[in-house]
Design a protein around this ligand. Structure first.
Ligand code: PSU
Ligand code: MN
Length: 301
């Protein structure tokens, strides 16, 4: 038996057949500092409610797989130090041993699917790291998108990653990558990039229909929706390039590896931009939450 634990608001939404949007928790524990992390989580949940859906933040707490967190649980998780970062490889072990951990994109997709939730909003997905040709560091998020039927709304992959290789791998894995409302792929802090999007859609209902068609055809896996950051929140690629280069260089000289790489880089970029990266990050997550809620609202059960 999987110890699924529904928050009261999510249980009521399931009962009533209301639209639900999943949210990850690694962005809270490893992606942003306290207290901005919990403040952002609350704003994002509010954005989903305002758009007519119900938010379900996913986390493992004391061996229970939580589908939705109460306000107290959210605050506890946001303040807990050294929380495990869970992906496909270690999520079951954490639950079985009564542990606590935050879910990455991969683990959140698994949980959402178990709970019958089709749509999930986040900031950025993991991808192929620069230097992956020697480190083999490719996020499990990419393989999850290939096998678990959840539509993930993100702002594109971050420039800390090798963007070309990330999208090559997604193509190889058969993951639909859909840019929302534009021809080019967004690049997280920037609304656009030099990379043309494999697919473009302009309405939430087209995105929902495409996801439902995949399921009807028996194709496994989800879809990646890349939603551009709002123009007023953008940080230019030129501003960030030297900062990213410095963070990458520090990661290498300090021997940061495996699961620690992404949180280390995000933390250094936050420090090196005096927090500006966080302001942009908050704006884009909220924007993604609103689009995810619109998609969830038109997803026919
Ligand atoms: N990218 C971001 N913010 C994040 C993450 C990625 O811009 O918080 C988190 C997500 O939880 C993602 C995870 O699933 O990092 C990827 O980690 P890794 O590269 O170790 O697979
Ligand atoms: Mn990795």
């Amino acid at each position: 038996m999987i110890p699924l634990h529904y928050a009261p608001e999510v249980a009521a939404a399931k009962e009533a057949g209301k639209a639900i949007v999943a949210l990850e928790s690694t962005i809270i524990t490893h992606g942003m500092p306290y207290p901005q992390n919990v403040e952002t989580a609350r704003l994002v949940e509010g954005d989903i409610r305002d758009t007519g859906a119900v938010p379900a933040t996913i986390a493992v707490m004391d061996g229970k797989l939580h589908i939705g967190l109460t306000d107290d649980e959210l605050d506890t998780l946001a303040q807990t130090k050294n929380v495990a970062k869970l992906s496909r490889a270690d999520m079951a072990a954490c639950i079985a041993t009564g542990g606590t951990g935050a879910t990455t994109v991969a683990a959140t997709m698994i949980a959402a699917n178990l709970a019958g939730i089709h749509v999930f909003a986040t900031g950025g997905i993991g991808g192929v790291h620069k230097g992956a040709e020697t480190s083999f560091d490719i996020s499990a998020d990419l393989h999850e998108l290939a096998q678990t039927p959840v539509t993930v709304v993100a702002a594109g992959a971050k420039a800390i990653l090798d963007l070309d290789k990330t999208y090559e791998v997604l193509e190889t894995l058969g993951v639909p990558v859909i840019a929302y409302g534009q021809d080019m792929l967004p690049a997280f802090w920037s609304a656009t990039s030099p990379l043309p999007a494999p697919l473009r859609m302009d309405t939430p209902s087209d995105i929902a229909s495409a996801g439902q068609m995949r399921a009807a055809m028996g194709l496994p896996g989800g879809q990646l929706i890349t939603n551009p950051i709002p123009a007023d929140a953008e940080i230019s690629a030129e501003t960030l390039a030297p900062i990213i280069a410095q963070a990458l260089n520090e990661a290498e000289t300090q021997g940061i590896a495996a699961k620690a790489v992404t949180p280390f880089l995000l933390g250094r970029i936050f420090e090196l931009t005096d927090g500006a990266s966080l302001v942009a990050n908050i704006a884009l997550v909220r924007n993604n939450a609103r689009l995810a809620a619109q998609i969830a609202c038109v997803w026919t059960p």
